[in-house]
Design a protein around this ligand. Structure first.
Ligand code: SF4
Length: 323
């Protein structure tokens, strides 16, 4: 069975965007592949603002991922820093990675623009750490959207560079092209994102969810309930299309003839999202009462990941003549 590796950053509680875009895919892939899912805490340190809440964020991520249906019996689920071999491999891969490759990466340029006060070595080396994640666990496939293909290509370049100097050691990982459904943010300007505060957390209460949805931007031309609306430009309608497809034709019709107000329309959306998430929220509440079980999952995941990591690193050290 082919091995899949995917890392998810512990940014706190999952929101609808990363739930739909990544975690549902995790649940599906664990049935078809040998999956290694890693909560990448070291990556989170590249922007130090996340450090004080790191452990809470990791815990929330574990609760959400497990409640969403990732099964630690089927997939290896662990915290990146719990397998220390990652640091050594990243350092060793750095020796075959020209700095010019890293400086041209668009996400580095973007992050350097966002945080000019903290352009650190870790940020530049981020793609090497990513390559180390994939190669340490000898993944055959990495699920990526088409926009992330250049990142994987850099890993493949690092593989070629390493193999050409030290002999064939790594296989080039392949992209598992995946469509990540884009969930629009409540502000209607961008995709759902925690940093833009336009998101809905999957573990929010039904009341919190309804309250958040009430703040969503709608058709800007619709000032009064008696004005006919334009669902095609309405953000709330886009969310209906993703989470309440069955009711879309009737909502579209009613909106266009001013037969439904935006408040009622949002209430319908909230009801649908809440009923979709209800089973996940129930499972999460049960898991939250079992901190020992979560700890066990983390330790067991690190142990299983560690076995693969040690094997890989032993070969790498041997090839590089490190005794
Ligand atoms: Fe949007 Fe619904 Fe209001 Fe129409 S009724 S503008 S679809 S929120």
């Amino acid at each position: 069975m082919k091995r899949v590796f995917s890392g998810i950053r512990p940014t706190g509680k999952l929101h609808l965007g990363n739930y739909q875009g990544a975690v549902l895919n995790y649940v599906k892939m664990q049935e078809e592949y040998n999956c290694v899912y890693c909560v990448v805490d070291i990556h989170a340190l590249t922007t130090l603002s996340e450090t004080p809440v790191l452990q809470k964020n990791i815990n929330d991520m574990f609760l959400d991922i497990l409640a969403a249906g990732v099964d630690p019996e089927k997939a290896v689920l662990f915290v990146q820093s719990h397998v220390p071999q990652i640091n050594e491999l990243a350092m060793l891969l750095g020796m075959v990675t020209p700095l010019s490759w890293l400086l041209r990466v668009p996400t580095f340029k973007e992050k350097a623009r966002q945080h000019p006060e903290n352009i650190n070595y870790g940020l530049v080396g981020y793609p090497v750490l990513m390559a180390a994640d994939i190669l340490l666990y000898r993944a055959d496939l990495v699920p990526v959207g088409s926009d992330q293909l250049p990142h994987l290509e850099l890993t493949r370049e690092i593989v070629r560079s390493f193999n050409s100097r030290f002999g064939h050691t790594f296989e080039e990982p392949q992209a598992k092209l995946t469509e990540f459904p884009l969930v629009v943010g409540l502000d209607g300007k961008d995709k759902m994102s925690k940093s833009l505060n336009n998101h809905i957390e999957v573990s929010a209460t039904p009341e919190e969810t309804a309250k958040r949805i009430m703040t969503a931007v709608t058709d800007p031309a619709r000032q009064r309930k008696t004005d006919p609306g334009h669902p095609d430009v309405c953000n709330v309608f886009k969310l209906h299309q993703q989470f309440n497809a069955a009711e879309c034709p009737i909502i579209e019709e009613e909106c266009k003839k001013a037969g439904i107000g935006c408040v009622d329309c949002k209430k319908r959306l909230a009801a649908c999202i809440n009923s979709t998430l209800e089973p996940l929220r129930e499972r999460r509440a049960i898991l939250a009462e079992k901190p020992d079980y979560i700890e066990e999952v983390k330790q067991d995941g690190a142990k299983r990941a560690g076995v693969i990591a040690k094997e890989t690193l032993a070969v790498v050290r041997d090839r590089m003549n490190l005794k």
